[in-house]
Design a protein. Structure first.
Lengths: 508, 1021
């Protein structure tokens, strides 16, 4: 009898489950309905959008991004290790190239996140209208920046200004390159109107009004809107802006001088997150980039994935300083076998140049450390905390000079070029240069000033000089360059496969 | 007591001790006489040799001699039990000292009971498609995983190795791939759901029943769409205690290695490739003739590895209760050095009857420890197996001056790690403890009506440890500190089942009805703790001086179900089964939570019809079956229906460069996802011919799966980091399966033969957006996809650019043009010609053609069991036919583009003087000869001798002297040989994971299989 009672008790217990037992909420994550309540939520959303800029796989300033943006340049060599990188640097890449796919996807992830911020900021009741406007402006800057990256790399691309609401919204056809540029410019214009000139100490590194104006000017320059570019960029030379070149060019590439007076927009990197650069987007993810380790020579635990070509090396040697020394930018950018050359605290003679080129990259390397594998804590660490300077005032000056020169006013370009040359301790420029001569000077200066900074290939493209300059270089794989085809990346195969509305770029 | 004994025996070589103990035991005396007998077959009156004659409820027994005669000491009035292969067991009372016994051939095994969900049914009443195997028929001993020995044994059940790693399990697919997500079946052990059955001890298994069609499986509703595997562990039997001891020791060797170049050969190929590519030769290859053979990296990591298993089981019982207790120990070292697997199993099962109550429980405890290989250091070489193939033989193994003691690669070569360094410098191990308990109580309310409460609980506690020793391996791999990462996972499942069973026979009708209400809840938690910079020799988090990483999360899911089933039989001729289950799952949103899964089946025992009576002696069994039903599948991650905010997507900000916490929605959710459902129709026939010696079971089925749950790839331009789960389409599988058995004797030779045959064809009827293409099967670290799944085609078919021979001259390249433009402008003589399928004048993914299927046209198994006097033989073969394998490792090793080692095939590379079918050696490979193409697709058909086992059972005189029931010694060989054209490690791939990677041999993750030779003893006291 007792047993029967136990049975019935147990059975009724078991039967007592209600339908609500199936209502199990995710215990790990907030849902979209419960988010977007506080200013912190908006700020966190921005962090998650900024973070993609240095994503290890697809971030334009992450290691693959640096390799992808520089790899096709006549000044750059990628060794035959990571096949997909070697292929894109030797113009034998195919639409299924992984790094290119990742770059495309990462841009759109940032755009998706920026759109979320714009759509949801109104839900945060504690924010003032001004604060909301500033956050929307910041999101627009980030969206514009990603459309800029898409435009220079892919040309035509889908434009998403809203988050997908239904399944049908997942499939968007591409818009012409001109429309992508227009969108980028619109976003930068809107951002410039809403962003602050500066942030307080805690928030240094976020996009400022100056950054938005500089990128707007850059977009205008890329689209050959010379008067627009000149007008826009000129704003940065006067109040309220106070940008100045750093006295020492090389200070722009060391940790000690991050977010300096020359910095207009800078990718913030630090050894303050997890320890694993490949962990994906979670707390284990390192918040630096692995670029320095991948570029460093084997002798200091690097993977020596890249090298400057001798074309770059020789370009630096073309003009000596007033002291008859090499350009200080050459010392800051490259390391080679010169008397007293040291690298990673060792004499350069203890390093081996293995690709037949004469130099290695020094810029952005942590060459005062003993190797590239030891982090701030002393533990193994593949990442570098050295901020990537995405856009500097020297770029503003040279772009402004170019915008003026291209309007047939090379004379007006002199003061801006002079600042660049003076810092490099170069003799004053001959007066009376023609437009072509001034452009040649600007091209030469840009090649030196921004080596390894992902500008050379895109500069050559907009100048229409890709074929000529790749052909006359010592770049490996130059014979496979096909004009027109390799100026843009193909639409990634994954996008082609999953988006019925997508059409492949011509030549691919 | 038993468990204590077990614990002691686990530690010491107990078999010899046992023998000694029992040799010294005295027999118990009794009033006995000598009984002699002659056993003949009813069919032809011939004497039957080899019949086992035992005295009921004792361990004493003899076997009949060549003339079918036996002699045994027993008392008058006792009962003898006679058993022989192919004959129905028979009990004979000893009424005189001279017996004449006639045995009837077994009318197959249709009287035996088959386990179905929530109960059992006599095989003759069965209407569904079920494949089953008895524990006693599972022969292979040299493997740690019982499921491996089921390969080829069960028609319609595909069992593939999940790799050669010690402790690695198998992948079981029932009737093909019914879904595009997780296609694993539902595993039930003694009524409780478990994630896999790989860790069961072979001796513990009484039977494995595989429910294949809707009628059989529908009672399990959810997740049953992929079939159900029911494992019943051993019960005790009334009678004196039985003790069984098994011991096995084997050695394993690499069954097949890949042929790669030695140092001198490599240098020559590398130099030729650099010359062709216009690049400077590598320093290390400068002087080929001085390099000699160099390091054979495969020799460095592979070893002859022992495997040993010891099992003990004791069981018995009285009228009111039975028990069965067992323990086992398995120790398998891997053929890749360092790797290994150990397992301890303990199991207790008992049942007690008291009045109208019946109680019982199963307790199963398992502890496993696996030492795994490191993954790919730096990504490019892969795991040590991959690195061993790719590591350049010029490099050395050891460097005593280097931190950690290992040498490695240097110079501008691909980041492939010294595989031995990987194995020794990174310790990755998993310790897993499993608890399975099931307790039931049953009360008979009125005769025929019982209520049963079943409570199941499983818990799994897993700790993953990854310890990296600080090291410098060559110039490419440096790790400055000792780092430790610990992951703890805990999964608990609680199951409550209330069932009412009613069975009644009235007149010629009998019914068996079932109603039930069940609840099931799963809780999972995850915790990761990692810290860097531990002092040498200390391996605890607290010792670390460096950075800490913590992560943790949890998951919950629940199922609530009502179920019912009616089995009706009329006159043993007409059979009807109907079942219904309604499941509610927490994995779906409120509006889509419930699914209904009905089924109906009918059977007709033609052989029991009057009109058939003249045939019954020749065809004792003929039964037709037909069934139809709907099954469900909810195998997706939890919470997929709600859009969430992902956090810790951090950035850096501020003058002080502090961490900026980030969080946002990163992926899309599909709020309206619902149950996947599979409609299955099945027709089958069971028959026995030749007076029951030949048995046949054949089934034909059509399975149509709708609302397939799948992460459908959405465009990257949406900005989602992952693909949402949607109800993505429809699939159809149809197939035919056949099981044959034949048992007979010829003189003193008793034998039985089995054969299985399965053929399944699948087709995608609808998918995603309609024109949706799902690509998969990445074959190498950077290689392009090799499979395509789209509507109208088979699942995961190979779609590849077609390699169309070699350009032997510039003229051939120039002639391959479209509108005056070269189709392959980067090609040089010796490069591969690819087919421009779409005729657009260039080679691209648009040129892919269908190149074959990773699914076999059919798979089969066959085997023979025979005994002759004291000897027995088991031979089992198994194979597949018609499937293709994409050989990813060969794609790497034959490429000659990257700086690692190459296949010996490259010695035969094309040169202007020597035209071959291996393209020219060229670093950088501008023509991309090594692109994913048909060049690397191979036939995957194989026939493998799975098991060969020869046993010897000691004769009666010795047995009686030893006072034991039986003692058998055997030698066994697993994977003795494989007949295949496949050139990789193993045609039975063992790649787990996505269905879209099927048939793709990704060299980076492989662990080749071993050939195992073992010896063993099986002792029954």
């Amino acid at each position: 009898m007792k047993n029967i009672i136990i049975f019935i008790a147990a059975a009724s217990l078991a039967l007592g489950c209600k339908k609500s037992t199936l209502e199990l909420l995710n215990p790990n994550q907030l849902t979209t309905e419960t988010y977007w309540k506080t200013e912190t939520d908006v700020q966190s959303a921005l962090a998650a959008t900024y973070g993609l800029l240095r994503d290890v796989n697809g971030g334009f300033w992450g290691v693959r991004g640096i390799e992808t943006s520089n790899g096709r340049g006549d000044d750059f060599f990628i060794r035959n290790d990571v096949a997909t990188l070697y292929q894109l640097s030797t113009f034998t890449n195919t639409p299924d190239n992984g790094p290119v796919n990742d770059m495309w996807n990462t841009c759109y992830r940032a755009i998706f996140r920026a759109n979320q911020i714009m759509e949801n900021v109104d839900k945060v009741s504690e924010l003032s209208a001004d604060a909301k406007a500033a956050y929307v402006a910041e999101a627009k800057f980030l969206r514009g920046l990603n459309y800029f990256i898409l435009a220079i790399n892919f040309g035509d691309a889908p434009i998403n200004l809203k988050t997908a609401a239904t399944k049908d919204d997942y499939f968007v056809a591409k818009s012409p390159e001109a429309d992508v540029w227009a969108q980028a410019k619109q976003d930068f214009t809107d951002a410039a109107a809403g962003l602050p000139v500066a942030y307080d100490k805690q928030w240094v590194g976020r996009a400022t009004r100056g950054a938005a104006i500089a990128y707007l000017g850059k977009a205008q320059l890329y689209t050959k809107d010379w008067p627009g570019a000149a007008t826009t960029l000129a704003k940065l030379t006067t109040a309220p802006f106070n940008y100045q070149l750093m006295p020492q060019y090389g200070d722009n590439f060391v940790v000690a001088h991050e977010n300096n007076q020359e910095s207009v927009f800078e990718i913030q990197l630090g050894d303050v997150g997890g320890t694993d650069p490949w962990a994906g987007e979670n707390s284990a993810q390192a918040l630096g980039v692995t670029t320095a380790q991948e570029f460093a020579p084997a002798e200091v635990a690097g993977w020596f994935e890249v090298s400057p070509t001798d074309k770059l090396f020789n370009e630096f040697k073309k003009e000596k300083t007033v002291d008859n020394d090499f350009d200080p930018r050459m010392y800051a950018t490259l390391i080679w076998d010169y008397p007293g050359a040291t690298f990673y605290t060792k004499p350069f003679t203890s390093f081996k140049l293995i690709f037949g080129y004469s130099s290695m990259f020094k810029k952005y390397q942590n060459y005062t450390q003993k190797d590239e594998i030891t982090g701030a804590s002393g533990a193994s660490n593949y990442t570098s905390s050295n901020n990537e300077r995405a856009l500097r005032y020297d770029d503003v000056l040279l772009m402004l000079a170019e915008a003026l020169t291209m309007q047939g006013k090379p004379g007006e370009a002199y003061p801006f070029v002079k600042q660049i040359r003076d810092r490099a301790k170069l003799a004053p420029l001959t007066a009376g240069l023609t437009q072509d001569q001034m452009m040649a000077e600007i091209r030469h200066q840009r090649m030196l000033e921004f080596a390894r900074e992902g500008q050379r290939f895109y500069d050559l493209k907009r100048w229409g000089l890709l074929k000529q300059e790749i052909t006359n270089s010592d770049k490996v794989g130059k014979q496979f360059y096909v004009a027109g085809k390799h100026d843009y990346f193909p639409v990634p195969q994954q996008e082609m496969n999953s988006n019925p509305k997508m059409v492949q770029n011509s030549h691919w | 007591m038993h468990s204590a004994t077990f614990l002691i025996w686990k530690k010491i070589p107990f078999v010899p001790i046992l023998l000694i103990v029992f040799l010294t035991l005295n027999s118990y005396g009794q009033q006995q006489v000598t009984v002699t007998g002659a056993v003949t077959s009813k069919d032809d009156g011939a004497p039957l040799p080899g019949v086992a004659v035992t005295i009921k409820n004792t361990n004493q027994g003899v076997a009949t001699d060549a003339d079918g005669k036996f002699s045994i000491r027993t008392s008058l009035g006792s009962t003898l039990v006679l058993k022989a292969l192919g004959f129905a067991p028979q009990e004979v009372s000893v009424t005189s000292q001279k017996l004449s016994i006639v045995m009837e051939s077994s009318k197959s095994d249709l009287n035996e009971v088959v386990v179905i969900g929530y109960g059992t049914v006599r095989k003759k009443d069965l209407t569904g498609a079920i494949a089953n195997i008895k524990g006693a028929d599972i022969k292979a001993q040299g493997v740690s995983d019982v499921t491996k020995s089921l390969q080829g044994r069960l028609p319609g059940v595909t069992i593939e190795s999940a790799g050669g790693n010690p402790g690695a399990g198998t992948r079981i697919l029932i009737r093909g791939v019914g879904t595009l997500g997780d296609a694993a079946p539902l595993y039930i052990v003694d009524g409780v759901q478990v994630p896999s059955i790989n860790n069961l001890s072979q001796l513990d298994i009484q039977s494995i029943d595989v429910l294949k069609d809707a009628s059989a499986a529908a009672i399990y509703g959810s997740r049953a769409a992929n079939g159900v595997v029911l494992v019943t562990t051993r019960n005790g039997k009334s009678g004196p205690p039985v003790v069984q001891v098994n011991a096995n020791y084997g050695i394993q060797n690499l069954a097949h290695r890949v042929d790669v170049l030695n140092a001198e050969q490599w240098a020559n190929v590398s130099n030729a490739a650099h010359d062709a590519g216009g690049l400077t030769r590598l320093d290390i290859a400068q002087n080929p003739s001085s390099l000699g053979a160099g390091t054979d990296w495969q020799d460095v990591i592979y070893r002859t590895a022992p495997v040993q298993q010891y099992q003990i089981l004791t069981s018995g019982g009285g009228d009111k209760g039975t028990y069965s207790i067992s323990g086992s120990y398995t120790d398998q070292q891997g053929i890749v050095t360092v790797t290994g697997y150990k397992r301890y199993n303990f199991r207790a099962k008992s049942e007690t009857t008291k009045g109208r109550f019946r109680f019982g429980e199963t307790v199963l405890l398992t502890r496993e420890k696996t030492i795994n290989m490191a993954g790919g250091w730096g990504g490019q070489g892969g795991n040590p197996v991959g690195s061993a193939a790719k590591m350049i033989p010029v490099f050395q193994v050891y460097d005593s001056s280097a931190l950690g003691g290992f040498a490695g690669a240097y110079g501008p070569v691909v980041n492939v790690a010294n595989p031995l360094a990987q194995l020794h410098l990174e310790d990755i191990n998993t310790t897993s403890s499993n608890v399975l308990t099931n307790v039931f109580g049953e009360v008979t309310i009125i005769p025929g009506l019982t209520y049963k409460l079943n409570m199941g609980y499983t818990a799994n506690f897993t700790t993953d440890e990854d310890y990296q020793k600080r090291h410098t391996v060559g110039t490419l791999f440096t790790h400055a500190t000792n780092d430790l990462s610990l992951t703890k996972e805990e999964t608990q499942l609680l199951l409550l089942e209330n069932t009412l069973n009613y069975s009644k026979t009235f007149g010629k009708s009998s019914i068996q009805a079932l109603a039930g209400y069940t609840y099931q809840k799963t809780d999972y938690s995850y915790l990761l703790n990692a810290r860097t910079d531990l002092p040498d020799g200390l391996r605890n988090i607290d010792a670390g001086r460096g950075t800490s990483t913590n992560q943790g999360n949890g998951l919950e899911s629940a199922l609530l179900s009502t179920l019912g089933r009616l089995i009706y039989s009329y006159d043993d001729r007409y059979l009807l089964t109907a079942s219904f289950r309604r499941d509610g799952s927490s994995r779906f949103g409120a509006a889509y939570r419930y699914g209904n899964f009905p089924s109906v089946a009918a059977g007709w025992n033609i052989s029991n019809e009057k009109f058939f009576s003249s045939l019954t002696s020749a065809i004792p069994v003929l039964k037709l079956r037909a069934s139809y039903g709907i099954l469900g599948n909810q195998q997706i991650d939890d919470y997929q229906y709600s859009a969430v905010i992902s956090s810790n997507i951090n950035y850096v900000t501020g003058q002080e460069q502090q961490k900026w916490f980030g969080a946002i929605q990163t992926a899309f959710a599909t709020p309206n996802i619902k149950w996947e459902s599979t409609k299955t129709s099945n027709v089958g026939v069971d028959a026995a011919f030749l007076k029951g010696r030949l048995t046949l079971t054949a089934d034909y089925f059509v399975k149509t799966t709708s609302d397939v749950l799948l992460n459908v790839p959405i465009p990257g331009s949406t900005g989602s980091i992952s693909d949402p789960v949607v109800n993505a389409g429809r699939l159809r599988n149809n197939g035919f399966e056949l099981g044959l058995g034949y048992a007979d004797h010829a003189g003193k030779l008793n034998y039985s033969v089995f054969g299985t045959f399965s053929r399944v064809k699948n087709k995608v009827l609808e998918l995603g957006t309609g024109s949706q293409k799902i690509f998969g099967g990445q074959p190498t670290h950077h290689g392009a996809s090799s499979t395509l799944t789209e509507a109208g085609g088979p699942i995961s078919a190979f779609y590849l650019i077609k390699a169309d021979g070699i350009f032997n001259s510039q003229e051939e390249i120039d002639a391959y043009a479209k509108n005056g433009a070269l189709i392959q402008p980067n090609a040089a003589p010796g490069d591969i010609k690819f087919q421009d399928t779409n005729g657009d004048g260039q080679i691209s993914d648009e040129d892919k053609v269908y190149a074959g299927s990773p699914f076999p046209s059919f798979e089969y198994g066959f085997g023979i069991t025979a005994n002759y006097q004291h000897f027995d033989l088991n031979a089992i073969f198994q194979g597949t036919h018609g499937n293709k394998i994409y050989n990813g490792l060969r794609q790497d090793l034959e490429s000659m583009s990257l700086e690692f080692n190459y296949s010996t095939a490259t010695l035969n590379a094309w040169t202007p003087e020597k035209h071959t079918d291996i393209p020219r050696a060229v670093t950088g490979d501008p023509n991309i000869n090594d692109r994913t193409s048909t060049r690397f697709l191979e036939s995957g058909s194989y026939l493998r001798m799975k098991t060969l086992q020869i046993g010897y059972t000691i004769g009666d005189p010795l047995k009686n002297k030893l006072k034991i029931s039986s003692l058998r010694a055997y030698v066994s060989a697993d994977n003795l040989f494989t007949i295949t054209n496949y050139t990789g490690y193993n045609p039975d791939l063992g790649r787990t994971g996505s269905i879209f990677d099927r048939g793709v041999d990704f060299g980076h993750v492989a662990y080749p299989i071993a050939r195992t030779l073992s010896v063993g003893l099986q002792l029954t006291l």
